[in-house]
Design a binder for this molecule. Structure first.
Ligand code: SF4
Ligand code: SF4
Length: 393
């Protein structure tokens, strides 16, 4: 979004407040300046020059989770998350909490492997002794070899098709076993599988930090890498990556990865998940915000789960409610993130489910953390892990 469009959009707001009805940071704080309407109003004042950049203003714009719950609610069609991205690009030097993250992200477009190796070292030295706070304290141990640096081409005799995987940073560095599950599923269904070593971060964390140029550079690199391949689909296991690539790359980079697909969509379209069975158990599903409000993937995972024999599916109250993760948000606004997460977990627990399923590695990280704090033994799984287990019989 350029400054002219930003100015037009913020000035459209009539302060009706519809956008704050689902805003998780407003509902958790009941503070107008921490809700969608308040943030749009403050950005309007900033744009008009009546409010100067300050730490407090930056804080209010950066403590938006970027969940997108507000996006479809505005009767005037204002794209509030896009206003937040632009606002952050204007306020990034005033945001005191994000200095370290911004430095890392600036460096990471072409050096994500090095950045995660460094974080792994910090994790082992610092958290190995049980110290620390912030996101690293509840992050799983970073993989010594990222998924994309292992095998790049998984061949299949008599192949039925070819699929590429957009691993995404969370699966690549933190949950490679989820990627391995997907590879196993695809190989069992006779797909040849391509994993690109040249994949870089999708750019969402850079946008989150207000680094639009870095996000653009990441988008261009990924488009160049993935559009070279002849694959029926580029499958993503992270709704934030899928949303960023599908919805935001065209404006950021002028084009996108043409056949990017959410893993749930791919499973349904290819019939991979038909006739599966698991031992009886109660399951519930948590909607990742970027799937519900970004790509609109809500029916598919439920269809998959309800179609697996043995699964007793129970819908939770407010399945669409944010878990409070929000990437850097959970690191910079830990208490707020935790308050939102605890509320979510209360609704999950009321289903009496033994397993909560989701389709987002970030939500898994948050739900694992909250359930550990609550002393619960509930399993938190990615839908890919459920399908993999059911296929193994
Ligand atoms: S994106 Fe989410 S947290 Fe941010 S203003 Fe909108 S509803 Fe609130
Ligand atoms: S819903 Fe739209 S018009 Fe109403 S307060 Fe929010 S941004 Fe402004």
């Amino acid at each position: 979004m350029n400054q002219e469009k930003f100015s037009t959009e913020v000035s459209k707001c009539v302060r009706c407040g519809t956008c704050k009805s689902l805003c998780p940071t407003y509902l958790a704080s009941l503070n107008e300046s921490m809700g969608a309407r308040g943030r749009v109003a403050m950005l309007g004042e900033l744009c008009a020059g009546r409010l100067a950049p300050s730490k407090t203003l930056a804080d209010r714009i950066y403590n938006c989770i970027l969940c997108g719950s507000c996006k479809g609610l505005c009767p005037l069609g204002i794209d509030i998350p896009e206003l937040m991205f632009h606002g952050r690009s204007l306020l990034k030097d005033s945001h005191a909490k994000g200095r370290f993250a911004k430095k890392g992200l600036r460096y990471s477009v072409s050096n994500m492997d090095t950045l995660f190796s460094l974080l792994r070292l910090i994790q082992k030295v610092y958290y190995g002794r049980g110290h620390g706070s912030g996101i690293l304290s509840h992050m799983p141990l970073i993989a010594s070899v990222p998924l994309k640096n292992r095998i790049q081409l998984y061949k299949n005799r008599n192949r039925a098709g070819r699929a590429a995987i957009f691993t995404g940073c969370s699966v690549n560095y933190l949950y490679p076993h989820i990627g391995e599950s997907l590879i196993r599923i695809l190989l069992a269904k006779r797909y040849e599988v391509v994993v690109f070593k040249g994949e870089v971060c999708c750019g969402a964390p850079m946008r989150e930090a207000g680094l639009e140029n870095e996000a653009k550079a990441a988008a261009k690199k990924n488009i160049e890498t993935f559009n070279k391949t002849r694959a029926e689909a580029v499958i993503s296991m992270c709704p934030t990556c899928t949303m960023t690539i599908r919805e935001q790359y065209p404006a950021l980079a002028g084009e996108s990865i043409t056949n990017i697909m959410d893993v749930n969509e791919f499973f349904i379209n290819s019939g991979i998940t038909e006739r599966l069975e698991l031992p009886h158990g109660i399951f519930t599903y948590h909607d990742p915000c970027h799937a519900r409000y970004g790509t609109g993937i809500t029916k598919e995972p439920r269809e998959i789960l309800k179609g697996i024999q043995g699964i007793e599916f129970v819908e939770m109250k407010h399945a669409d409610g944010c878990c409070g993760f929000g990437g850097l948000f959970s690191m910079h606004y830990k208490e707020l993130s935790r308050t939102i997460g605890k509320k979510k977990f209360e609704n999950i627990k009321k289903t009496a489910a033994g397993t909560v399923v989701t389709s987002c590695p970030g939500c898994i990280m948050q739900l694992e953390y909250i359930k550990r704090e609550a002393g619960s033994d509930m399993e938190v799984k990615h839908i890919v892990e459920i399908v993999d287990k059911a296929m193994q019989g």
